[in-house]
Design a protein around this ligand. Structure first.
Ligand SMILES: [Fe+2]
Ligand SMILES: [Fe+2]
Length: 259
């Protein structure tokens, strides 16, 4: 009998070359270098970097790396999701949809690696932004339900990614970075599909087991609150950093975390 994918591929095998390295893992010298490049490690945030890049193109490379970091995590997460859904009673076409999404995320990493190199940087120059639970974190069983994961990742986080890409595309258009503009327009088209895949399958899974509906709604509300806080903090910071040039009004597209 064929062995289940889940048994053939135990969790925790995500590797990348160069290896993942978060801000927390930088040496004091590397941290000082990052502070020097960005005017403080707290600026290593896509919302703030987008504001800074509006004035100075040198902030585009760290902005792209912060996005690329999320794309790598997307490959890991959705690849794992495809493997793990075998353990749940989900429709085969749902697994296929997530296999396609994993392929898209892999393509996005290539796209953004290309942009990064075009901007004179490379993977490893800037640290990775850590999203979601870490490898060794204990995740409660209920959180591993495919509908709950989908509510958090596909509907909420992908929705946030969508607004981030649109903001980046609009910024690139404004400052005349054609390659970034075109690539992010393309990237965004895939993300629209990813949000739709999440919406569609979440509804289907909730039809099968109605308890999921309430739980998924709570997860999305929790996510919306958290992102609103992050945006608020970032914009406040960007506002004070850009004080004097009066250019923060209406400058981001992050109005909603999903749509
Ligand atoms: Fe992506
Ligand atoms: Fe995506």
């Amino acid at each position: 009998m064929t062995q289940a994918l889940h048994d053939r591929l135990p969790p925790g095998g995500s590797v990348r070359e160069p290896p993942y390295r978060s801000i927390m893992e930088l040496s004091p010298e590397e941290r000082a270098e990052l502070n020097e490049k960005l005017g403080g490690a707290q600026n290593y945030n896509p919302v703030i970097l987008r504001e800074l890049a509006r004035k100075d193109h040198k902030y585009l490379a760290p902005l792209i790396m912060s996005i690329l970091s999320a794309e790598f995590r997307g490959v890991d997460f959705f690849g794992r999701f495809v493997v793990d859904t075998q353990a749940y009673d989900v429709p085969w076409h749902m697994t296929l949809a997530f296999a396609r999404q994993t392929f898209d995320e892999a393509r996005h990493t290539h796209l953004n690696i290309g942009i990064l190199e075009h901007l004179g940087s490379e993977v490893g120059e800037y640290p990775d932004i850590i999203l979601g639970p870490q490898r060794d974190d204990e995740i409660p069983e209920e959180e591993l339900d495919p509908a709950v994961l989908m509510a958090r990742i596909n509907v909420a986080l992908e929705g946030f990614a969508l607004t981030t890409f649109e903001g980046t595309r609009a910024l690139a258009e404004e400052i005349g970075e054609d390659l970034v503009e075109r690539c992010h327009d393309y990237n965004m088209a895939d993300e629209v599909t990813h949000v739709t895949i999440g919406d569609y399958w979440l509804e289907r899974l909730c039809e099968d087991q109605p308890w999921r509906k309430e739980r998924a709604k709570a997860v999305q509300e929790e996510f919306d609150k958290m992102m609103a806080m992050v945006r608020e903090m970032a914009l406040q910071y960007a506002g004070s950093a850009a004080a004097g040039n009066g250019d923060t009004n209406g400058s981001t597209a992050d109005g909603n975390s999903h749509d």
